[in-house]
Design a protein around this ligand. Structure first.
Ligand code: 4AD
Ligand code: MG
Length: 476
């Protein structure tokens, strides 16, 4: 493997002999090969001496073909690039049949590219999205590393349903057609692989709490699985979540951490992924032009990202938010699908987006939600009816972060679990944390793909993960 990439070549001084491998994007006038190797959005132009190249090789320089090119890097004669390669040797490494190759040099719909997800990263849009996804992952680890957090790997197979929503994928090796049964006819999970019912994790939080209560500051970054049957542009059945958890930190500290963290990782990609962001910015501008004026976004992608890094998130209690929503135009004119009538209503994505996009016009942190609409582990407030929960809402996305201060009082937690029929035997270890050295602690979960959507301006979550898992779809 040589270390030379197109990205490096484009920044190199001319007048040197180079060798580069990549895929042909286009071949123009039997002369100009636009070569891409994925290291950057940009292609390097390679000029073929067609008079001295045999006809067979020329025919095989087709879109999608893998080639190795040797030649001299020179100052470019044409517009649009500073350097180009004058080819002295071109070797076809892998042919690509132009009759059947799906990724032609023209505009393809995202639906078509989803069906060809194994090849879609050969387009500018998807390679830019995936480079940004990679860069964001790095920025996330960097942020936590620089702030004294330990990266913990929590189990993927668990026996608990942390969010209590009953949307888990079962893990079992029992014979589906003929499972062992108990006397009452129910499936006997004692004979299953783990000797009990298990599922794929919906969140690493409960285990992360055990590490926060020993290592102080920890985070997880791993896959999570939810069998929600929601076919929306913001839900995946398999998605990646980042979950920091910190001992001795209350809800206010949790909000500070989340805001600082979000700003920091977005600032990182603004600085390090300029080309890709600019490309996606222009793509979005073009897409917006096809929409009616009223539906167009006021800010461009780059402006939106910069706005987030430079402005404070607005902190608003659930109660204030309900008042705003109740008195809002779309509520009064019954434009919302779910009309907000009273305190206690769960907020739908249409309400979250109204608050962020129309009312406050900036990222919003909603806190102190009604206990009834949030998970069992959240710290009950002194009013006895709200919990120290927080959701961060982003423009164009809605909820991007969900978190809370955790209930650290053993008795209160036990009462809550009893009320929700969560057996203590299942979470004995979680309760132990409240028996031995309990303390205030908090954390949150950031949906990684929703962050990638925000940063790339992509509007469908299926287009920011390599191979989306959604109801009725597990191709690739
Ligand atoms: O709000 P959620 O359900 O919170 C938790 O799981 C907590 N245990 C986190 C914690 O406090 N440690 O999920 C957190 C985030 C959401 O805000 C959303 O961004 C994302 O995960 N998310 C999804 N992303 C894609 N597809 C889905 N089906 C998602 N469900 C949640
Ligand atoms: Mg949530």
């Amino acid at each position: 493997m040589t270390n030379l990439t197109v990205a490096k070549l484009l920044k190199s001084k001319p007048l040197q002999e180079v060798e580069i491998k990549g895929w042909v994007r286009t071949f123009r006038a039997k002369r100009f090969v636009a070569l891409n190797d994925g290291s950057t959005l940009n292609n390097i132009q390679c000029v073929v001496d067609f008079e001295n190249t045999d006809e067979d090789t020329l025919k095989r320089i087709t879109t999608g073909a893998a080639v190795s090119i040797t030649g001299e890097l020179v100052e470019s004669q044409g517009k649009g690039q500073s350097v180009e390669i004058v080819v002295s040797k071109l070797e076809i490494l892998g042919d690509s049949d132009p009759e059947t190759y799906p990724i032609q040099p023209k505009k393809h719909s995202f639906e078509f590219l989803r069906e060809n997800a194994h090849l879609r990263t050969r387009t500018n849009t998807f390679s830019a999205v995936m480079r940004l996804r990679s860069s964001l992952s790095f920025a996330i680890h960097k942020y936590f590393n620089e702030n004294g957090f330990n990266y913990m790997h929590t189990p993927i197979i668990t026996a608990s349903d942390a969010e209590g929503a009953g949307e888990t994928f079962r893990v079992s090796t029992l014979d589906q057609k003929n499972p062992p049964l108990n006397d009452d006819g129910s499936v006997n999970h004692k004979e299953d692989f783990f000797g009990k019912e298990t599922n794929l994790t919906v969140s690493g939080q409960l285990e992360a709490e055990t590490f926060a209560m020993s290592l102080g500051k920890v985070y997880t970054f791993g896959p999570t699985f939810r069998a929600e049957n929601s076919n929306t542009s913001r839900h995946l059945s398999e998605f990646w979540m980042i979950e920091p958890e910190v001992a001795f930190m209350d809800l206010a500290g949790n909000m500070d951490l989340a805001e600082d963290f979000m700003k920091s990782v977005i600032a990182y990609v603004l600085e390090h992924n300029k080309e890709d962001i600019e490309f996606l910015n222009d793509r979005l501008l073009n897409e917006e032009k096809t929409k009616p004026q009223a539906e167009r976004s006021e800010l461009s992608l780059t402006e939106k990202l910069t706005f987030v890094t430079e402005n404070n998130f607005k902190r608003v209690s659930y109660t204030e938010a309900i008042d705003i929503l109740r008195n809002s135009k779309p509520n009064k004119k019954k434009k919302f699908n779910y009309i907000i009538e009273e305190w206690g209503a769960d907020l739908q994505s249409e309400h979250e987006r109204f608050l962020v996009e129309k009312h406050f016009k900036c990222p919003v942190i909603l806190f102190d939600y009604p206990a009834d609409i949030k998970a069992f582990y959240m710290r009950l407030n002194e009013d006895g009816k709200t919990v120290r929960a927080m959701d961060i809402l982003f423009p164009g996305i809605g909820e991007i972060v969900g978190g809370s201060q955790r209930e650290e009082r053993l008795e209160v937690l036990k009462e809550k679990m009893a009320a929700l029929d969560i057996p203590e035997e299942e979470l004995w270890w979680y309760l132990d944390l409240r028996k031995y050295g309990t303390a205030v602690h908090s954390g949150f979960g950031l949906g990684f793909e929703r962050l990638v959507m925000f940063v790339t301006g992509m509007t469908n979550i299926r287009d920011v993960i390599p191979y989306p898992r959604t109801p009725q779809n597990a191709e690739f």
